[in-house]
Ligand binder design. Structure first.
Ligand code: HEM
Ligand SMILES: *[C@@H]1O[C@H](CO)[C@@H](O)[C@H](O)[C@H]1NC(C)=O
Ligand SMILES: *[C@@H]1O[C@H](CO)[C@@H](O)[C@H](O)[C@H]1NC(C)=O
Length: 351
């Protein structure tokens, strides 16, 4: 039957998508390696697998790395459960802008973090706290980009999401520019623009649909969707593609821009495939969510994830997260990266 065909297709895609290369030269837009001098014997030649990410990267040089991260994430999210979704989003906003290089963490005049589009990003203090703990255990060895990758994975897992193995060895950027934030999608793009953005990361349409499923947890500010609710266009005050009862609820809830709504109204804190079921009922919160069921390129995948058992979504989410966490990474051989001492501060700038 049709459902069976779709599930076989998804399995096939999962199978094909597994071998993820972490090699920077395979990534689009990374421009390959620069100067390939072979007399470079100055920098950290004892780093394992200097030019690519590795699952065992910290095994010898910082064996407690993952334990420290997991413990800190558990401590912080116990006190504030909204930090889990915030960390997952933070990784997307790091990797989606100049690659997974911790550029989103730098806090200085004109940095990505200071751009208006980053205003609702959170979790920075947690990352700084993890970093200072790790500096005590293995000073100067663990990048902020790796810490963010690990923390985001652990937060997702602790929320009941899937687990995935992380390869490590990323370096941190030396700088960060607010203008680059345009590269990460806002909530009001059409599917063509989203697909183009994901393609520029080396991700495909399946990754787009699956990673959008992150919106099965977390919240949006009402300010983000107010135009969708109150002044959509000349004909409609409210976007007519929203289920009318749900639209009533959102309008009542969202009079104030600083109010928040769950991105998954039905099971807001469960990491399940409910997001896709909501979309089929016209209960997507963001325009970009709802567009996924309207576009013929993405609609069949939404349907498949809505109809298949939740583990299909969860498994593919893990696969696509590994791909996302490899976008545009800087590794030892690239030379342009550093290990930051403090995640929010550049090593070389005076602030
Ligand atoms: C496909 C394009 C995407 C768009 C247009 C988008 C847009 C948004 C927007 C507008 C919000 C609400 C922000 C606010 O109101 O403050 C949000 C929240 C969120 N996004 Fe996305 N997003 C996308 C993809 C992703 C991906 C790939 C992930 C992670 C894998 C992700 C994870 C999250 C999470 C977890 C939240 C909730 C944050 C919280 O509760 O603090 N999003 N997203
Ligand atoms: C690099 O340095 C190490 C240790 O100083 C030395 O043993 C090795 O021969 C050097 N390699 C090259 C290619 O110069
Ligand atoms: C308003 O949006 C609806 C639904 O997308 C569309 O059919 C209609 O043409 C739009 N009206 C104007 C004036 O843009």
């Amino acid at each position: 039957m049709k459902a069976a065909v779709v599930s076989v297709l998804i399995l096939l895609v999962i199978f094909v998508a597994w071998p993820v290369s972490a090699d920077r030269k395979d990534l689009p837009g990374a421009g390959g390696y620069g100067g390939d001098e072979d007399d470079d014997n100055d920098t950290k030649s004892w780093f394992p697998l200097d030019n690519q990410l590795s699952l065992s990267y910290y095994d010898r040089i910082c064996p407690d790395f993952e334990k420290i991260v997991a413990t800190k994430v558990r401590e912080w999210t116990k006190k504030d459960s909204s930090l889990g979704p915030a960390l997952l989003r933070l990784l997307f906003h790091d990797c989606g802008v100049t690659g997974c290089d911790a550029s989103v963490l730098l806090d200085h005049e004109g940095s990505e973090r200071r751009s208006p589009a980053s205003k609702t990003l959170r979790g920075f203090e947690l990352i700084d706290d993890i970093k200072s703990e790790i500096e005590k255990a293995c000073p100067g060895l663990v990048s902020c980009a790796d810490i963010l990758t690990a923390a985001s994975r652990d937060a997702t897992f602790q929320l009941g999401g899937p687990y995935w193995p992380n390869a490590y060895g990323r370096r941190d950027s030396t700088d960060s520019y607010a203008r680059d934030v345009e590269k990460v999608p806002s909530g009001r793009r059409d599917i063509t623009a989203l697909l183009e953005t994901f393609q520029s990361y080396g991700l495909n349409v399946l990754d787009l649909v699956v990673l959008s499923g992150a919106h099965t947890i977390g919240k949006a500010y009402c300010g983000t969707i107010q135009s969708r609710l109150y002044n959509f266009n000349a004909t409609y005050g409210t976007d007519p593609s929203i289920d009318s009862k749900y639209a009533d609820f959102l309008r009542r809830k969202c009079r104030v821009a600083s109010e928040t709504v769950y991105l998954d109204a039905a099971t807001p804190v469960k990491f399940d495939n409910q997001y896709y079921i909501n979309l089929q009922k016209n209960m997507g919160v963001l325009t970009t969510d709802q567009e996924l069921v309207k576009d013929p390129r993405t609609a069949p995948l939404v349907k498949a994830f809505a109809e298949q058992p939740p583990h299909m979504f969860r498994q593919q989410f893990a696969v696509s997260m590994v791909k996302l966490a490899n976008v545009g990474v800087i590794t030892g051989e690239d030379r342009i990266g550093v290990i930051r001492k403090v995640c929010s501060k550049s090593n070389s700038r005076p602030y």
